[in-house]
Design a protein around this ligand. Sequence first.
Ligand SMILES: NC(=O)c1ccc[n+]([C@@H]2O[C@H](COP(=O)([O-])OP(=O)(O)OC[C@H]3O[C@@H](n4cnc5c(N)ncnc54)[C@H](O)[C@@H]3O)[C@@H](O)[C@H]2O)c1
Length: 445
Amino acid sequence: MTTTPHKRPAPAPERLGILLQGMGAVASTVVAGVLAIRQGLGEPVGSLTQMSHIRLGKRTENRNPKINEFVPLANIEGIVFGGWDIFGGDLYEACTHAEVLEPTLLAKLEGALREIKPMPGAFDPNYVKRLNGTHIKPGTRRDWANALRQDIRDFKAKNNLDRVVLVNCSSTEVYIEPGPVHQSLEAFERGLDENDSTISPAMVYAYSALMEGVPYANGTPSLAADIPALLALADQKSVPVAGKDFKTGQTMLKTVLSPMFKARMLGVRGWFSTNILGNRDGEVLEDPESFKSKEKTKLGVLDTILQPETYPSLYGNLYHAVRINYYPPRGDSKEGWDNIDIFGWLGYPMQIKVDFLCRDSILAAPIVLDLALFLDLAQRAGRKGIQEWLSFYWKGPMTASGLYPEHDLFIQLTKLKNNLRHMMGEELITHLGTEYYEYPSEGSH
Ligand SMILES: NC(=O)c1ccc[n+]([C@@H]2O[C@H](COP(=O)([O-])OP(=O)(O)OC[C@H]3O[C@@H](n4cnc5c(N)ncnc54)[C@H](O)[C@@H]3O)[C@@H](O)[C@H]2O)c1
């Protein structure tokens, strides 16, 4: 199946700026990781843009280039990092505090890491109750937006960059529902002027990025660009946005296992997911209001995949619970347990137990890199607004209003790769497969 390409992406820039909102465990692991990879000290494991190949054409054509040789992506050699945090210091200190990467590796990167110093963050303690930021911007929400926009311009000028992407790697904010100030750009602008407290810091960063024409990705479950006011702004400024909440450990597994149950028409009675983690993210998520934001994106996936309304006897009574417990001894090395009660033929019960001893930031870092590179590509291909083709990376993928999100990891991967093929005017791959066999043609018997 061939398609007319939407617009071929413009050539990749030699240098790309990646601004990180929040420079904690995930962000510092991305930065140190990219520096290490550049020096040949590690491999970009987990990154599609760096490692994955993409099949083109028929299976008999043997065309299988690497993604970064097929589409014009910025090269990691030319990436420049910057960002904000509500604690000062530098990225070497952030890496040391996060305790994700080995001190011996960090020692080799110390000089370059120390050069990156977070700019003061835009912070309201009512949105992240467990943290007391000391490195923060003064003034009202309008002042924050002006200062953040100036930071973006200064970062571009100082590093001689034409293109920049912003990825939100900041602490999870408390759960909020969109209110009147979020409904239109006019109301939002007024809210900034009036320092309306229902505008969260995450929204101010997203607004500032969009105003500067900078693609924006939300790696957290916080409400940010996913409000009508900012989606209208993304459209107006022709900027791509994507979110939300990186799909890394437990939810990645959930979106692989649950499609399997549904594919085989196996029932699910219960799914109990629990986590212990001891990093700052875990500490913030101890606050019930921040946890509620996380719970929403974590719980959402099963209903959409299993469709209980279509299959009430298989999934109608599913009990689904997610717990997160802060347990300091574990640091960034999380343990996620899943107990899944399934049933088969004639309703006979079975159980599956998954114990995933993972590393949160190690799983999240390649996602940040991929998103930054793909969002930059999307903008050069003339795409704007919600980038649903990047659903692959999200626990709660943003979609156009009225559409349910696609959560199945492998459908998401097919969607992503077909979008790349489409962008480059290549044949889409439907997996129909009839071309390899002799079938009677239409009209014959
Ligand atoms: N690691 C994963 O697997 C994973 C998966 C999905 C989502 N996330 C989300 O990514 C985010 C980052 O995770 P992490 O483990 O790096 O957490 P972290 O606590 O180590 O880092 C977050 C950083 O954001 C800073 N911060 C808080 N409010 C800020 C503000 N208003 N402006 C600027 N900086 C601010 C904090 O000081 C901290 O340094 C969290 O929201 C987490 O829920 C992580």
